[in-house]
Design a protein around this ligand. Structure first.
Ligand SMILES: Cc1cc2nc3c(=O)[nH]c(=O)nc-3n(C[C@H](O)[C@H](O)[C@H](O)COP(=O)(O)O)c2cc1C
Length: 311
């Protein structure tokens, strides 16, 4: 049976989102937190990983660093809250991240990456997984990176087969995924552009040995995606309303002022809105809303007057 993971998405898939999703749609087998940077566990990161904020879910914290010291310090903190597994971000394409050789930038120095893994595997008892791109500029980089990954007993390797220069656009580089399947012996998870039952099935037909699939934007566009893939019989429109309500209430309960909550909700509608037919007017109102009441009115109108293409 395929296992499904929710991709980490900074600013979106924090614990409020994870809970609203988990309570209303097909539960994920694993949830990955947005990255914890070198600075470690501040208030936001701590809230995100607290066990009481992640009940009945399998949550894997993600760390973005190239420093053994920071890795060990953050995992020691995480252990206090019961965690024994961590994911390392080797894919973040942001300019400021990459320039510090963090995220996808760390892939440009495979020897340093190798030394980093050697030391953390020696010094840490954590189970370690990696979420990786396939290089920065050129697919030819991938072979050398895979040579490094091959040497270590990762819990799993999550591969988003794009280069840093691709950002999140264009077709995934599926031959690079094929290459890693043929050349490595650790459990693999595929990530990239799984947005429908069809795209999931066609991927699994091509790669029957891949047992784990991670989805990100596909869930934001259609939170019922995994129910669709699994052919579960759920009252999808009701669930979407309940999900939306839980999300809105959740943000309102932790954020100061309407604008911060609205910022979060507007970002989500950038994805969710794609699957509503004839909702241009309402989506514009959502974008312009300055008060929760204006926002709620526009959302009510979408839910009652517009066709949700995912039903
Ligand atoms: C807004 C946004 C934030 C993201 N934040 C993270 C992150 O914190 N850590 C990470 O590993 N990937 C992050 N990603 C990448 C996603 O986890 C995922 O790899 C990417 O969206 C491709 O998968 P998809 O096609 O299923 O969306 C982010 C992507 C987006 C769009």
């Amino acid at each position: 049976m395929t296992k499904f993971y929710l991709a980490p998405m900074e600013g979106i898939t924090g614990y409020i989102f994870r809970n609203a999703y988990h309570h209303n749609f097909s539960p994920m087998d694993k949830y990955f937190t947005p990255f914890i940077s070198n600075k470690g566990l501040g208030k936001k990161e701590l809230n995100d990983i607290l066990p009481e904020h992640n009940k009945d879910m399998c949550v894997v914290p993600q760390i973005l660093t190239n420093s053994v010291g920071h890795f060990l310090r953050i995992t020691r903190e995480l252990a206090k809250y019961g965690y024994d597994t961590v994911n390392i971000n080797l894919g973040c394409p942001s300019g400021t991240v990459v320039s510090k050789k963090h995220g996808a930038g760390f892939l440009t120095v495979p020897d340093e990456l190798d030394a980093f893994f050697e030391e953390i595997f020696e010094k840490s008892s954590f189970k370690i997984s990696v979420k990786t791109r396939i290089g920065m500029e050129d697919e030819a980089e991938w072979e050398k990176i895979v040579e490094v990954y091959k040497k270590y007993p990762f819990e799993e390797l999550i591969v988003h087969p794009r280069l840093r220069k691709d950002l999140y656009k264009g077709n995934v580089r599926i031959t690079a995924y094929e290459y890693v399947c043929q050349n490595i012996d650790v459990p693999l998870c595929y990530n990239g552009d799984i947005v429908s039952k069809e795209s999931c099935e066609s991927f699994l037909r091509a790669f029957p040995d891949t047992k784990n699939v991670m989805t990100g934007r596909g869930i934001l566009k259609n939170p019922a995606l995994i129910s669709d893939i699994k052919e579960e019989n759920v009252q999808k429109p009701d669930k979407l309303r309940d999900f939306h309500e839980e999300l809105l209430d959740g943000y309102r309960s932790i954020m100061s002022g309407d604008m911060n909550t609205l910022f979060k909700m507007k970002e989500l509608w950038g994805y969710l809105g794609e699957n509503f037919a004839g909702a241009q007017k309402q989506l514009k109102k959502i974008k312009k809303a300055q008060k929760i009441s204006e926002y709620e009115e526009a959302v009510r109108s979408i839910f009652t007057d517009c066709e949700w293409k995912c039903v």
